[in-house]
Ligand binder design. Structure first.
Ligand code: SF4
Length: 373
């Protein structure tokens, strides 16, 4: 059997110092899971070996170690040592206040060439409210240390639409992000996930969020970052030319990716699956099984919908010729009435053989994507 080529590998490190007040990711406070943490690196390596017979990693382009907070994981450097070397991009996610110069230098020397800091805010009061354990000075120090350690490709994640956040406050946050002169900035709207302390506080009326204001903030972000030389290459992602995140671009192109680690997800052609959590993950691997919790085989129609709404997130948009070559159907015929309606509403355009979202569509992109499901 011919092995399927994997273009991107995601490695999930589920440990954090403490849980942030808005977070519903699968992550555990490190102090509560010392045993799991001690065996986690070998488990990840064993999991990778389990896939060796089916998948070909020789053309691996990108690796992304995310979390959680990978930089608090004590065996991070050994893990990096055991992972295959990607041809192009090797990212590690980090939180300010959890990195040292030596750690950054060692990662850089071991082939990690991109660092992504989860900054979220430069406002110390906000950071405290979010449950993040660092301050503005730590952010600046972390970025400075990363540059000193040889990282050119640095990204920072920011978050807008926070409870009580004003447009002026967000403009100031962006100014501080721009002042760091990093080549990549991600700006995400807060999502109030149910069961988190913040969603409970909103339910009780103690906090409030304004979705309309968040839409305006996205449009403002686009303009302010454009003025500073950043291109919005995806709804939430901005970069200097040549610094787009290749790993995420592979997701949006629906390239094959394997995720390893607790709760990691994978998508390989029409097969999508998600891993087990907690001890169940460890037990499955120790018994020699793939730690898969759920899986599904996508229909062609589902793959078509997914392809459309993932690639429409990008500024390049959907290449009409490539789409027809891949699926054997013309999207302009398959979704003709939806496309005519969305064009008439000024939400979609056809340009040089590509179908693209318009600027007007950006704050309502999810409503556009629904038309293709
Ligand atoms: S650091 Fe990230 S993963 Fe960890 S609790 Fe906070 S938001 Fe969640």
């Amino acid at each position: 059997m011919k092995k399927k080529a994997i273009q991107s590998l995601y490695v999930h490190i589920p440990f954090c110092i403490q849980k942030c007040n808005y977070c519903d990711f699968v992550s555990y406070p490190l102090k509560d899971c010392n045993e799991l943490c001690a065996e986690y690196g070998p488990l990840l390596v064993k999991e990778l070996v389990l896939y060796d017979r089916e998948y070909d990693f020789s053309r691996l382009k990108t690796i992304y170690i995310g979390g959680g907070t990978p930089t608090i994981y004590p065996d991070l450097l050994s893990l990096i040592y055991y992972l295959p070397q990607p041809k192009s991009e090797f990212t590690v996610e980090a939180n300010p206040g959890t990195v040292s110069y030596d750690q950054l230098r060692d990662m850089r020397q071991m082939g990690v060439n991109r660092i992504s800091f989860g900054v979220q805010s430069f406002n110390d009061a906000r950071l405290g409210q979010m449950g993040r354990l660092y301050c503005r000075k730590d952010v600046k120090d972390a970025v400075y240390m990363a540059k000193e350690a040889g990282f050119e490709n640095i990204s920072i994640d920011m978050m807008y639409g926070l409870p009580g956040q004003t447009s002026e406050e967000w403009e100031d946050e962006l100014e501080q992000a721009i002042a760091l002169k990093v080549p990549h900035i991600s700006a995400y709207a807060l999502t109030l996930a149910s069961g988190t302390p913040w969603s409970e506080a909103v339910r009780r009326g103690e906090l409030s969020v304004n979705d309309d204001l968040a839409g305006d903030m996205l449009m403002h972000t686009r303009q302010q970052l454009k003025n500073a030389g950043y291109n919005q290459y995806e709804i939430s992602n901005f970069s200097f030319p040549g610094y787009e995140c290749e790993h995420n671009i592979n997701y949006w192109k629906r390239a094959n990716y394997l995720g390893i680690g607790i709760n990691a997800s994978s998508c390989i052609d029409d097969y999508r699956f998600t891993n087990l959590q907690g001890r169940e993950y460890a037990d499955a691997i120790n018994e020699g099984h793939k730690p898969v919790a759920s899986s599904e085989l996508l229909t062609v129609r589902e793959m078509i919908s997914e392809t459309i709404f993932l690639i429409l997130r990008t500024d390049r948009g959907l290449n009409l010729r490539e789409f027809k070559a891949q699926f054997g159907v013309d999207i302009m015929e398959m979704f003709s009435s939806e496309i005519i309606r969305l064009k008439a509403l000024g939400l979609l355009i056809e340009h040089n053989g590509y179908l693209q979202l318009t600027e007007k569509a950006l704050p309502v992109a999810n409503q556009v994507f629904c038309r293709f499901v």
